[in-house]
Design a protein. Structure first.
Length: 68
């Protein structure tokens, strides 16, 4: 093998390693994205539930005050 063939082989190996690493990063980012979407959905449910509880409490207080 001549020097050029060895260099090309090394460059090819480096690109293959880089490609594998980038695929791992992309997979991890996809997992993080999915987890963030699930967390956001859960947080939205909690906020809606808390808001409903506060509104119901305020309505109860107003009703009690009007009844007296």
């Amino acid at each position: 093998m001549d020097d050029t063939a060895v260099r090309l082989s090394l460059v090819e190996q480096n690109y293959q390693n880089l490609d594998r690493r980038l695929e791992k990063v992309e997979n991890k980012i996809d997992c993080i994205h999915t987890e963030m979407l699930n967390g956001q959905a859960s947080l939205t449910k909690v906020i809606v539930g808390a808001t409903g509880t506060i509104v119901a409490s305020l309505l109860s207080i107003i009703v009690v005050m009007l009844m007296q």
